[in-house]
Design a protein around this ligand. Structure first.
Ligand code: GLU
Length: 552
């Protein structure tokens, strides 16, 4: 077969050569050890936790090493393209402080290794398909869908491996005249790799390949034997081919991708070798799992788990710093230990490594995230939290924005309630919850949510509140104030100290705690809250008195 002639026949329009591309996209001029990583999402409009998880690995590996992190849009499947998807990807990741250095952008591409949309790289892929044809490493395949289905049925019946390979690859044997004939009659075709794998050998004697994965160590797998499609009938590459060409010419050093790509690794290795390209370092990340309703681990699902979508975190108002902190705990097994040793260090000082990543399913747990939020938020100054709330409210709850804007001093006092001292309160989690948590500070949202303790009669509750209102002095310090509550308690037959009540429960109706709960419900609407006296100081005298009077 005259492969040169075949290549010209199929790709007459391709005039550039591989050498041209090697020259156009030279090795990057980066310091030793600098890593080049990329995120390659499909523009489906749905960006999920898995994307963020992968992007975080990419970002850390690149930026920690003085390297480059770029965005490549994998849009070879135009059925899945959604308008605005690129913006969604960029803005969603930016929210979590994940920024690209180059690649697809909101106002076009930046960087000299583009285009960064696969749909705009047809010529490059075709140049290399042509090259492979020239070398007899690839061929046009004219099998129709029906023929392929027939082959599959036969393979199933004979219990043979599925796919087009060796003896099933009928188009391998076509002469150039037959190919010309097929082309003339307009028969559609794809370009397939002519795999050099030994398809005929016994499964247990199959040759293997070994790849060093930065997360998983040495991977040993059977070599590829399949004539996989590299260019589809429309001249657009498959993932396999695009990955190899793009990551070579974009000079990616580390390919971070989900473990669902592991089975196709032998295909990629064969393609890299056939093209004479150096293999990148693969980092196959573990699937994100959660404990399902039945107590078993399962993959996060788009349908069942709203927390899979990144929008979820923005809607709820999770603080990006907390999400980053949490992601690191599931990404690197030594992070938590580091955090204990370095409680106040900026997170970027942690040295992230692929080697410390789990390879057996990363467990995602919303409760754990919430716990981490509490730890992270307690360290964020109230002023910053207030700004964060404003930003969140502007986007997701504009009807409450006015409560924050122009009211910053009030809000800051609220957020700082009980946060000083050695045992600061850790009850702020995410914006939506924070608003719920402090909503009683705003008259429009104040409502009585809880009931008086059962041992306090309506009559006593009234008596407590009227005595409280009568003796209330906003200038009282905390101990004067509490002294008065004790007095009210004693006068009404409640123990001044819980321990007195515990010793002689028959002598009292209850204790001072019950009395303060009555007050708490009147002022805050809730039986649980930070310190009443401090809250009243923030609410101010007038509002405090009004609430008690209203309750009476
Ligand atoms: N477009 C592929 C995906 O979304 C990218 C995989 C890769 O990073 O190589 O799964």
């Amino acid at each position: 077969m005259n492969y040169e002639k075949l290549a010209e026949l199929l790709f007459a329009n391709i005039t550039k050569t591989p050498a041209d591309y090697e020259k156009e996209f030279p090795k990057r001029n980066l310091p030793d050890g600098a890593k080049v990583t990329r995120l390659g999402p499909s523009p489906t409009g749905f960006i999920h936790l898995g994307n963020l998880y992968g992007a975080f690995v990419d970002e850390r590996l690149a930026h920690q090493s003085g390297g480059t992190f770029f965005l490549r849009i994998e849009d070879t499947d135009d059925k899945r393209f959604v308008e605005g998807a690129v913006e969604t990807i960029i803005t969603s990741l930016k929210f979590f402080d994940i920024n690209f250095d180059e690649g697809a952008g909101m106002d076009g591409d930046t960087g000299s290794y583009g285009p960064y949309h696969q749909s705009r790289r047809a010529e490059i892929y075709q140049c290399f398909a042509k090259e492979m044809i020239k070398k007899g490493q690839a061929y046009p395949c004219f099998l129709t869908e029906e023929e392929i289905a027939e082959i599959r049925a036969k393979q199933e019946a004979n219990k043979e491996n599925p796919g087009i390979y060796g003896k099933w690859a009928k188009s391998r044997e076509l002469t150039i005249e037959q190919i010309e004939e097929n082309l003339k009659s307009g028969k559609p075709y794809v370009i397939r790799l002519k795999s050099q794998g030994d398809w005929a050998c016994e499964p247990d004697k199959a040759k293997t390949i070994s790849v060093e994965d930065a997360i998983r160590g040495t991977l040993t797998m059977p070599e590829n034997t399949a004539d996989v499609v590299i260019l589809k009938a429309n001249g657009i590459p498959t993932y396999h081919f695009a990955h190899v060409i793009d990551d070579h010419f974009m000079r990616t050093t580390h390919v971070v991708r989900g473990e669902e790509w592991l089975p196709s690794l032998p295909i990629h290795v064969e393609l890299f070798n056939a093209l004479g390209f150096e293999l990148p370092i693969y980092c196959h990340t573990a699937q994100l799992m959660k404990i399902g309703e039945d107590g078993n681990k399962r993959k996060l699902s788009k349908r069942k788990d709203p927390e899979l979508s990144l929008d979820y975190y923005r809607n709820e108002g999770y603080h990006p710093a907390a999400v980053r902190e949490y992601l690191l705990t599931i990404l690197n097994s030594n992070f938590e230990e580091w955090r204990i040793a370095n409680p106040d260090a900026p997170i970027d000082e942690f040295e992230f490594t692929a080697e410390k990543m789990s390879n057996s399913g990363a467990l995602f747990d919303l409760n754990k995230l919430n716990d981490i939020c509490k730890d992270v938020l307690v360290k964020i100054p109230a002023g910053e939290l207030c700004e964060f709330m404003k930003k969140w409210a502007k986007e997701f709850k504009p009807e409450i924005l006015h409560l924050f804007e122009g009211n910053e001093a009030y809000i800051e006092k609220i957020f700082d309630l009980g946060r000083t001292g050695d045992k600061p309160r850790k009850d702020l989690i995410y914006a939506k919850q924070m608003f719920e948590f402090i909503s009683y500070f705003f008259d429009d949202y104040f409502k009585i949510e809880d009931e008086y303790p059962q041992n306090v009669s309506q009559e006593d509750a009234k008596a407590v509140l009227s005595a409280y209102l009568e003796t209330y002095n906003h200038q009282d310090d905390q101990s004067e104030w509490f002294g008065k509550i004790r007095e009210i308690a004693t006068n009404l037959g409640y123990a001044a100290k819980p321990k007195d009540y515990k010793k002689n429960p028959d002598m009292y109706k209850g204790h001072v705690g019950d009395v303060s709960t009555v007050i708490r419900i009147a002022v805050m609407g809730r039986s649980q809250s930070p310190d009443i006296w401090e809250i009243q100081q923030i609410l101010g005298e007038e509002r405090t008195r009004q609430r008690i009077a209203k309750m009476l």
